[in-house]
Design a protein around this ligand. Structure first.
Ligand code: SAM
Length: 265
């Protein structure tokens, strides 16, 4: 790791430790209805049951809450202790064997020798440089079972501006976001270059089994039935070139052995 990586990761970890108690209220809850729409489509493409799931950059555990029940063992990895403490509380009703690892995700994938049927990375990969993405995917090839799936959801760069209808709909959620950015210094981050991400995972033998894009459409009526009616329609009408990309990956090639290192030191 370079000094820059250390500083970036440390700022990110401190940020998430501070925001953890408010993260669900300000970030997860406003997206819940849209996430229900998006991940329902993904769930249809996952095996009904599996032995093990790994969630990298697990945050407050909403992937484990959504999908963990289908897996005997679920490993949640995050460098923020505060986020994982929140995840522990949030997942109390999930009856799988849950493990919580407070550690750097890159270090984790480099050393881990378990195998997983489902690996999720949601809102985590856009923190990484190209060489770090290569390091992660070279190791995920080893960690994923041959018929396993990787679920990604990340902000990606788009030339489009947010459609006016969505700006109008989202206006009541802006105060929550403003509250969020004032909680702690924001880590330096930008949306991912989607083509770069696709090139990296293709290089390491993964193919896109399913993908979709959309805008962030926040709950306007607290997730009520009006939100449940309107949000899928807005998503359907305007989503095509949106800022959020969701992808489900599968292996095209068999693993070739041990971990590879592309990290600059
Ligand atoms: C945007 S949050 C997303 C959390 C969760 N996946 C979700 O969708 O709500 C990103 C998470 O990744 C974690 N994270 C970022 N970089 C990390 C790293 N290098 N190692 C471990 N966790 C990391 C942060 O602490 C944070 O909890």
């Amino acid at each position: 790791m370079t000094k820059h990586d250390d500083e970036h990761a440390e700022l990110d970890r401190m940020h998430h430790d501070i925001v953890a108690p408010k993260y669900d209220e300000l970030i997860v809850d406003p997206r819940q209805t849209l996430n229900d729409v998006i991940f329902k489509r993904v769930a249809k493409r996952l095996p009904a049951r599996g032995r093990s799931m790994l969630d990298l950059g697990a945050g407050t555990g909403h992937m484990a809450i959504r999908f963990g029940r289908g897996y005997d063992r679920v490993m949640l990895v995050d460098h923020s202790r505060g986020m994982l403490e929140q995840a522990r509380r949030n997942t109390a009703g999930v009856k799988s064997d849950l493990r919580f690892e407070v550690t750097d995700a890159l270090g984790f994938v480099g050393k881990c020798d378990d195998r997983f049927d489902l690996i999720t990375c949601v809102g985590f990969l856009h923190h990484l440089r190209a060489d770090q993405l290569q390091f992660v995917f070279s190791n995920l090839m080893r960690l994923l079972e041959p018929d396993g799936r990787i679920l990604l959801a990340e902000p990606v760069a788009t030339p489009r501006t947010e459609p006016k209808a969505i700006q109008w709909w989202n206006r009541t959620s802006l105060p929550k976001f403003e509250q969020y950015v004032q909680l702690a210094p924001m880590p330096d981050e930008a949306p991912l270059n989607l083509q770069l991400l696709k090139d990296v995972y293709a290089e390491f033998g993964f193919a896109t089994a399913y993908e979709r894009r959309g805008w962030e459409v926040f709950s306007h009526f607290g997730g009520s039935s009006i939100d449940k009616l309107v949000i899928p329609v807005l998503d359907f009408l305007f989503g095509a070139e949106g800022v959020v990309w969701v992808g489900l990956l599968e292996k095209t090639v068999k693993p070739s052995g041990g971990p590879q290192s592309f990290l600059q030191t």
